[in-house]
Design a protein around this ligand. Structure first.
Ligand code: PRP
Ligand code: URA
Length: 209
C-alpha cells in the first residue's frame, strides 16, 4: 500500500486557509497556490539522493554534497495542476514538465482524457503528478494510468486538498504510488466537491466560471 503524507507545516496551513477563503481573489489565489506548491516541493524532495563532489571554498578544499543527477518530471493535470508547476520549478528548475488533460464529466463525475504529452525517457524518470484537488480520485487514478501505460515506473501524487474517498481510490488502484497532501478534508458533497475544500480549483485559478 502506498503511503499518505500530510504536510501540515504552519506556513502551508496558514496559506491554505487563505486559499480556501471564498473572498480571496484570483491574483492572490494563484500566488498562494504557487507558494504552497513550492513549500510542498521542499518536503517531497527530501529523499533525493546526494553525491559527493570536491570543491574549493575561499578557505580550503572540501568535500560537499550535490543532488545526484536524478531525472525528474512534473506532470500537472490540466487545468488546475498548472497552478502548481511554477512553484515546484522554483526549487527543481531542471525538471521536465509533461501534461495530462482530463476533465470531470459534470454528470457522471468520471474523468475524460483529452491530452497527454510526456517528457521522453519516461521509464527512467521519477514523476510527480500535481493537481490541487483529489476528490473522487477519478482524475488522479486516470492520470496515473496514463503515465503507467506509457512506461512510467516511479510516480508520486501531490495535491493541496484531498477527500478520504479520493485517497482510498488512489490507494486501491495504485498501491505503489505515495500521496502527498496539505490537508485531508471531511468528505465529498452530492456534486463531488470536497467539503469544506476550496470550491472549483480551475475556476478560481483562472477566473472562469
Ligand atoms: C478538478 C480538479 C481535479 C479533479 C478532481 O478538475 O482539478 O483534476 O477535478 O476531481 P476527482 O478527484 O473527482 O476526479 P476539473 O475536472 O474540474 O477540470 P479543470 O481543472 O479543467 O477545471
Ligand atoms: N474539483 C475541484 O476543483 N474542487 C472540488 O472540490 C472537487 C473537484
Amino acid at each position: 500500500m502506498g503511503k499518505v503524507y500530510v504536510f501540515d507545516h504552519p506556513l502551508i496551513q496558514h496559506k491554505l486557509t487563505y486559499i480556501r477563503d471564498k473572498h480571496t481573489g484570483t491574483k492572490e489565489f494563484r500566488e498562494l497556490v504557487e507558494e504552497v506548491a513550492t513549500l510542498m516541493a521542499f518536503e517531497i524532495t527530501r529523499d533525493l539522493p546526494l553525491e559527493e563532489v570536491e570543491i574549493e571554498t575561499p578557505v580550503s578544499r572540501a568535500k560537499a554534497k550535490v543532488i545526484a543527477g536524478k531525472k525528474l518530471g512534473v506532470i500537472p493535470i490540466l487545468r488546475a495542476g498548472i497552478g502548481m508547476v511554477d512553484g515546484i520549478l522554483k526549487l527543481i528548475p531542471a525538471a521536465k514538465v509533461g501534461h495530462v488533460g482530463l476533465y470531470r464529466d459534470p454528470e457522471t463525475l468520471k474523468p475524460v482524457e483529452y491530452y497527454v504529452k510526456l517528457p521522453s525517457d519516461v521509464e527512467e524518470r521519477d514523476f510527480i503528478i500535481v493537481d490541487p484537488m483529489l476528490a473522487t480520485g477519478g482524475s488522479a487514478v486516470a492520470a496515473i494510468e496514463a503515465l503507467k501505460k506509457r512506461g512510467a515506473k516511479s510516480i508520486k501524487f501531490m495535491c493541496l486538498i484531498a477527500a478520504p474517498e479520493g485517497v482510498k481510490a488512489v490507494e486501491t488502484a495504485h498501491p505503489d504510488v505515495d500521496i502527498y497532501i496539505a490537508a485531508l478534508d471531511e468528505r465529498l458533497n452530492d456534486h463531488g466537491y470536497i467539503v469544506p475544500g476550496l470550491g472549483d480549483a480551475g475556476d478560481r485559478l483562472f477566473g472562469t466560471k
